[in-house]
Ligand binder design. Structure first.
Ligand code: ADP
Ligand code: MG
Length: 319
């Protein structure tokens, strides 16, 4: 299913526009990530696509058919939320089978499909458990199976992994990606997590204040951010004046060396696994640098130390 958003604007009550003249074409089978800070309009767009909010301005097309005013049931979309919204009084397999029964599939078809998706989300041994007895990750797997089992034309995810811990998030996003590829269902995946969007999406739509800032592959958006907002959101936090021109440098492009053309004083440091994140007070302003840590604890930089550095590469010129 191909999805086309044409000139979509949306406003809640007297508030400012939650979406502003949004233009977006989603290819069939594509996984698009909507990425942006809280309040930028991601959920609003998902709800318009699902038909859960009325279209006020603009048009929505599924495969060139205008569906702006279609009821949600007619659109054949399935949604997975952050809160799993499972039926607490039903078992795992009853939760997954629920939608199929509602659609009047035969008993044997319901069983076949339910079993199939139970094993796809690795919950075969838990079919008869009550969903409250499951961990957060397992509950999200049930929610995922419940959505996929209906074979929707469009899958919509609204920050589905936000309630899970980091390790599980990484694992689940891979599983979601694999299941999505396998099924070929056109998918819109909302997240505020840059890394998650990069890992999961064919293309990323970066949004701010109801507007699309950039659309591109993860690599395009990361390497060629169109403006300062996208650059900052993609983790390029250092704006540095190079010969009178503003350029942005990623933390990993600040090379801390025994000697260098610039120097600064360490303000604070944080450990991010294999790297140390360092905030420096420098002649170029405040700079965030990343440095691979070694095994040796005494190699850590500490607040107050003076360090030298070079700018690696030419940085990114921002319009
Ligand atoms: P996101 O999902 O990116 O966090 P939303 O689409 O939920 O953003 O919200 C976009 C804007 O619309 C925000 O300014 C938000 O406060 C506002 N908004 C969202 N839902 C409602 C609502 N039900 N009533 C009024 N304003 C809303
Ligand atoms: Mg939201």
């Amino acid at each position: 299913m191909q999805i086309e958003c044409k000139g979509i604007s949306f406003k809640y009550d007297q508030a400012a526009n939650a979406l502003e003249n949004l233009e977006l074409s989603i290819r069939s089978g594509e996984l698009i990530a909507l990425l942006g800070p809280s309040g930028c309009g991601k959920t609003t767009l998902l709800r318009l696509v699902a038909g859960l909010l009325p279209m006020q301005e603009g048009e929505l097309y599924y495969n060139e058919q205008e569906i702006s005013s279609w009821a949600p049931q007619k659109r054949n979309t399935a949604m997975v939320f952050q809160s799993y919204a499972l039926f607490p009084h039903l078992t795992v397999s009853e939760n997954i089978a629920y939608g199929l029964k509602a659609k009047k599939f035969t008993k044997s078809e319901v069983k076949k499909r339910t079993d199939d998706y139970l094993s796809k989300v690795h919950l075969k041994g838990m079919a008869n458990r009550m969903v409250q007895e499951l961990s957060g990750g397992q509950q999200q797997r049930v929610a995922l199976a419940r959505a996929l089992v209906l074979k929707p034309d469009v899958l919509l995810f609204d920050e589905p992994l936000s309630n899970l811990d980091e390790k599980l998030r990484v694992k689940m996003r891979r599983e979601i990606r694999m299941l999505q590829r396998e099924s070929g269902i056109t998918t819109i995946y909302v997240t505020h997590d840059q890394e998650e969007a990069m890992a999961i999406a064919d293309r990323i739509v970066v949004m701010d204040a109801g507007r699309i800032q950039q659309i591109g592959s993860p690599q395009e958006v990361y390497s060629n951010p169109k403006n300062a907002f996208v650059a900052d959101f993609m983790g390029i936090s250092n704006m540095i004046d190079v010969k009178g021109e503003k350029r942005m440098f990623r933390p990993e492009h600040i090379a801390i060396l025994p000697s260098g053309s610039h120097s600064g004083k360490v303000k604070w440091t944080e450990h991010l696994g294999s790297i140390q994140q360092i905030c420096l007070d420098t002649d170029l302003g405040e700079i965030i640098a990343h440095r691979f840590t070694t095994e040796a604890v005494e190699d850590d930089l500490k607040a107050g130390e003076i360090v030298h550095f070079e700018l690696a590469g030419n940085g990114i010129v921002i319009e």
